[in-house]
Design a protein around this ligand. Structure first.
Ligand SMILES: Nc1nc2c(c(=O)[nH]1)N[C@H]1C(S)=C(S)[C@@H](COP(=O)(O)O)O[C@H]1N2
Ligand SMILES: [Mo]
Length: 238
């Protein structure tokens, strides 16, 4: 029998979680490899910080008018009828929502700018949905809960500190510029977390898990920064 070579630590990060049945497409390995290379190269780093109180565009970013689509290449078939959300882990009241449960919550609107780590930014996006604050008030995090992992129907995950989720303008968004968010952009329900680079804003969100210890997500184990503040160029891990 052939010997199994020992695994090089860090050489092969965990794959995405399995995508939901009915998803179309597959993870695009060349896109993933290119983005891993950008992280190794430190692409687009300027060494300048910017001040969100004074500047509108974070360092190394350029303004676009359109709204690019970026994802791993897997598009889930989730619809308003089939969508569900679980909020679990370190919460006093785990939630299990369908579309109607989400619609029964107070709907809020926030205007915010998008900053993608691939260097495009888009101003004045009018999002509508249920605020993270509302969701957390219902689920009631336990005192030891400090981190959040978003799980998506395409198998993507991303992690944030609970303090960054429990912040102004963070939404489970269902509308953009007054219209339902299209499938390519993560509809029917995506996270919008405007203070961080856009990879933290999970499309097609289906589970929000609260944890005591941090657990890096898809890009965070592939060279991307754990926190992801655009104003201090937290693009890549060191
Ligand atoms: N489920 C899921 N969410 C995701 C991604 C993904 O591949 N899958 N890509 C992230 C990245 S890298 C970016 S830049 C934004 C892009 O969102 P958009 O396609 O609506 O512009 O979604 C983020 N959320
Ligand atoms: Mo991205």
């Amino acid at each position: 029998m052939a010997e199994i070579p020992p695994k090089t630590p860090g050489a092969s990060p965990a794959p995405a979680e399995p995508a939901d049945p009915g998803s179309e497409g597959a993870v695009r390995p060349r896109l993933v490899a290119a983005k891993e290379q950008w992280a190794r190269d430190g692409r687009a780093l300027t060494g300048q910080a910017a001040d969100p109180a004074r500047d509108r565009l974070p360092p190394g970013q350029r303004l676009v008018e359109d709204w690019p689509v970026l994802d791993l290449g897997v598009t889930p078939g989730v619809t308003e009828r089939s969508w569900s959300l679980t909020v679990d882990g370190l919460v006093e009241s785990p939630l299990s929502w369908r579309w109607d449960d989400l619609q029964a919550q107070p709907q809020e609107q926030f205007l915010s700018d998008i900053h993608c780590v691939t260097t495009w930014s888009r101003y004045d996006n009018r999002w509508e949905g249920v605020s993270a604050r509302r969701l957390l008030a219902l689920a009631r995090p336990k005192p030891e809960a400090r981190f959040v992992v978003f799980h998506s129907s395409d198998g993507y995950t991303t992690n944030v500190a609970l303090a960054d989720f429990d912040a102004d303008g963070v939404l489970l968004a269902t509308k953009w510029q007054g219209q339902p968010i299209g499938r390519d952009h993560g509809g029917p329900v995506r996270i919008v977390l405007p203070r961080l680079y856009f990879w933290k804003s999970a499309k097609w969100v289906k589970r929000i898990e609260l944890l005591a210890e941090d657990r890096p997500g898809y890009w965070e184990v592939r060279g991307y920064h754990n926190h992801a503040d655009p104003w201090t160029e937290e693009r890549y891990s060191d």
